[in-house]
Write a protein that binds this ligand. Sequence first.
Ligand code: SF4
Length: 244
Amino acid sequence: MSELPEDLLERAEDSISQLRAAVAEYKNVCYANSLGAESMVLTDLIWGTKLNIEIFSIDTGRLYPETYDLIERVQQRYGRALRVYYPDTVKLEHWVAENGINGFRDGLDQRRSCCGIRKVEPFRRAVSGRGAWVTGIRRSQSASRALVAPVEWDGEYGLHKVSPLLDWTKKDIWDYIRKKRLPYNSLHDIGFPSIGCASCTRAVQPGEEERSGRWWWERSDSRECGLHSRAKIPAFAAVHGPQE
Ligand code: SF4
């Protein structure tokens, strides 16, 4: 960590403390690695400090080739393997037969059901039986993410959700990546701040909201895949009841 300036070092140490607290508090913590820039920081914080947190990714089958290259580079750097989860083949075959290979563009219901099969179901399997999952979301990424608390009870999946990078800025993320020479997705260099499936992600213009390149044909308030819905309550409130 000696290559980091003091303010960034403090941020990193604070995030590591949050991760350590999660490991101490909850059983079988995992990190859902989305392979974006924030994920490279979190992977380094977790594997660099040998925290007992399993890291996994979901291969929807529609990722950019650059993203598969990144998985390989990450594994080479740390000498460890990400666990990769895949969609249920039978369900996906039925969905494609019914909706068409690119049917997710035909409406919000189709898009959400595609995300449901390709992302949400494998995610549900990946977190099943665990006490907490870690995310790399930041408050400045979107209006809905600005409302997230560092630890929330995720009622949708039945475990806690820990977000140790909430207060990091985009600049913090990139300073950390560059100072530590971490691998990252080469699409970031050509205007992609947020990278998901190739069919549903595009580059954005300078000044546009970071997630505006995701499902750009939809209204901005629907641009989540189902893993970060806002029907959540802070963990404290879940245990102790609503506070004033
Ligand atoms: S991002 Fe697009 S292709 Fe990927 S799972 Fe969602 S709708 Fe399907």
